[in-house]
Write a protein that binds this ligand. Structure first.
Ligand SMILES: Cc1cc2nc3c(=O)[nH]c(=O)nc-3n(C[C@H](O)[C@H](O)[C@H](O)COP(=O)(O)OP(=O)(O)OC[C@H]3O[C@@H](n4cnc5c(N)ncnc54)[C@H](O)[C@@H]3O)c2cc1C
Length: 85
């Protein structure tokens, strides 16, 4: 049976979709990413990326650029709704 090139369809262009496309391309599989939301108004305020997320960014070669554009949080303080630490 002749080898047919595989193509993946990825639904959603959040963070997971484009990263999946990059990793699939690296594995030799082309993909198309489909997104339902027609546009972004840039409504985000801030983005915190946890260590596991940074491992993925490192894997696709974007960790250095992210670090250069952001700042590294040394710690987090969590409070309950009534102000208790
Ligand atoms: C207010 C808020 C703040 C957050 N802040 C952070 C943060 O600081 N740091 C952090 O790590 N995480 C944060 N999160 C969580 C983070 O947003 C999610 O974990 C992350 O977006 C998940 O990525 P995803 O690509 O899996 O899904 P999503 O980002 O939800 O992307 C899925 C995409 O699929 C599209 N879609 C859905 N159905 C279809 C369809 N049928 N056809 C085509 N497209 C479709 C959607 O429009 C969407 O764009 C936050 C979440 C919220 C709600």
């Amino acid at each position: 049976m002749p080898h047919r090139p595989r193509k993946a369809l990825i639904i959603g262009a959040g963070i997971a979709g484009p990263v999946a496309a990059i990793l699939l391309r690296r594995a030799g599989i082309e993909s198309a990413v489909y997104e339902a939301w027609p546009y972004s108004k840039g409504i985000g305020g801030g983005l915190q990326i946890a260590p596991n997320g940074m491992h993925v960014m490192d894997e696709i070669g974007l960790a250095g650029e992210l670090i250069s554009r952001g700042s590294i949080a040394e710690s987090f303080d969590f409070y309950s709704q009534d102000g208790r630490r």
